[in-house]
Design a protein around this ligand. Sequence first.
Ligand SMILES: [Zn+2]
Length: 474
Amino acid sequence: MTMRFFNTYSRSIEEFEPRDPTGHAVSMYTCGPTVYSRAHIGNFRAYIFEDLVQRHLELRGYQVHRVMNITDVDDKTIRGARQAKVPLAKFTEQFKQAFFEDSETLRIKRADQFPAATDQRYVDRMIDMIRELIARGLAYQADDKSVYFRINKFPDYGKLAHFDLTQLQSTGRVKHDEYDKEHIGDFALWKAWDEEDGDVKWASPWGPGRPGWHIECSAMAMALLGDQIDIHCGGVDNIFPHHEAEIAQSEGVTGKKFVRYWQHCAHLLVDSQKMSKSLGNFYTVPDVLAKGYTGRELRYALLRVHYRVPLNFTWEGMKEARESLSRIDEWLGRLRAVAEKENVQRPTPNAQHQIQPDFETALDDDLNISAALGFLFESIRETNRAMDENNLDAASASAWLDWWKRINTVLDLEAETEIPVPPEVAELAKKRDNARREKNWKQSDELRDRISGLGWEVRDAKDGQKITPRVTSG
Ligand SMILES: [Zn+2]
């Protein structure tokens, strides 16, 4: 098994080989949300793509250590807090919570760490890096007191985005607030405090101020994953200047290659247009749920297109997502029914369903999810036909269910199932409820034990009793 990914840095498909000499551990950094508003579905397309990368690596036996940062200080968050007249931390907290809520709705696996840019530990690290860059002649403090990266001193600058930055030099006027820079392309590492920043400031050797967005990611990535990272992901609009700047800062400090594989997810369009608030086609996860769709359906809609192809979000597409998922649900229901049946009928020789590993090999090939899903639906058609003809035996049905269980660790598309409570248990629970109302605790406890003996657990919640299958250890 070899896995291949498109690397934005080389603009070619490369075989994946992690740095870890044992070949198991993979370090992965993904740029997280800037928490100044609720993330939109375009942002979540990228997060779902990153989820796919992680889950497929894990399916293939890799141990992934993933870090996703939270940008909770930048121009937009400061502006938002000022407008709302609340402290920055209070302003960003609501959007952090919203981000985690939406991620859960979309079944996105949590990263191992979510470092926040305002954490003093990381601010210290950013300051150390900037100091080092100045010492190496790669950064300078300008007259406006801010510190900038000197891109002319870093010959590789522009290699990720594949363009020549010397071209920028000749372009006429420079914005007023940037005239202190040596080169128009020089980017801020440390932004000197000004009145608009209010009480948002940290002490530094260059005076009070705050870090630039790019250095935040370099510092947090290196603090948690080391100087060299296997995979770094983001949306295509992160390539320049954000990721280009990350390379310059990190490699400028360490002199080592920062990232082995750069992966970028294409845009999301809505009705073939760029999503924007003014066009009225700007959607968040709750907007989609409000139309009656589930997180699972949105997950499917955002997952099903290859990550390097722009995804066109439409309500028609949401309906298709619903239909596709109900096909999967029905298929699983049928397979379960067949698997549970005793093997009444002997399978005919041509009913031996050999499950091919095509789903996984499609994902090995630069995460070709469309091909992988194509294979899934083809398998559904074939097995359904076999079941129509009474030609699938219980063992084959179980094998398909096992296969589904495996690929569903990547897809995470199964419907939430509530296991029905057997009538006998429900009856005992009802008696117990009555006993509690009569404050007959002894009887209530006895009934609880009897329920437990049947493999169920009863808990008392505010809105009544909750009956769930008893979790047994071992
Ligand atoms: Zn970043």
